[in-house]
Design a binder for this molecule. Structure first.
Ligand code: ATP
Ligand code: MG
Length: 176
């Protein structure tokens, strides 16, 4: 029976730190499940990209890293805004898994209480490879391209990501 580990994140956007974690998990288990949290969110400064765009970026980044995609499952997970039922919600959407990888203490606590094994991935240049840092850089016209895989830069270009984010950062002219 294949062993499966899950990593849940918002991936706004997926970056080089995530790819390192994906590769690390795939050294430990047979199959990786990537859960796209906040799947219903898009077009906000915190959550600029749709679940579909994030799936595309993750698939391309994994392929660029030489990962065999038949070992990977990507699932969108909309928020339920109820921590007590969140684990059952994830289970209802995911292929079966036995290990949960997360650096987030709440995620670890909830899965531990539900009887899952939890593991904390080692941080990879966390101050640079950090979604909030990358989104800030994109909005402020600073260099961000070196923090995500090349294939993610390409998807960003395809969807005009920087233009979208700059538009999202503007306020309604009536309010100025
Ligand atoms: P944000 O600032 O938007 O929260 P993020 O970089 O934390 O961006 P998430 O989508 O929240 O991105 O990441 C999901 C999970 O991936 C995190 O909870 C953490 O466990 C792991 N992770 C993210 N970046 C790194 C990194 N550089 N090294 C190791 N693990 C990471
Ligand atoms: Mg985070």
């Amino acid at each position: 029976m294949a062993s499966r580990g899950v990593l849940i994140g918002r991936f706004q956007p997926p970056h080089k730190g995530h790819v390192e974690v994906f590769k690390q998990i795939l050294r430990e288990v047979d199959e990786l499940i990537v859960g796209i949290g906040g799947a219903q969110e898009s077009h906000t400064l915190e959550n600029p990209f749709t679940a579909g765009e994030r799936m595309l970026m993750i698939t391309r980044a994994l392929a660029e890293a030489g990962v065999n995609l038949s070992r990977v499952h990507i699932i969108p997970i909309p928020d339920v805004n109820n921590n007590a039922i969140w684990v059952s919600h994830v289970i209802s959407l995911s292929p079966p898994f036995s290990v949960v990888y997360s650096g987030n203490p709440l995620v670890k606590r909830l899965f531990k209480e539900a009887g899952f094994k939890t593991k904390t991935p080692p941080p990879f240049k966390r101050k640079e490879y950090w979604g909030t840092n990358i989104r800030d850089r994109m909005i402020n016209g600073r260099r961000w391209e070196n923090l995500v895989p090349k294939s993610v830069v390409e998807v960003m270009r395809e969807i005009n990501a920087v233009e979208r984010m700059k538009d999202l950062s503007k306020t309604d002219y009536l309010l100025r």
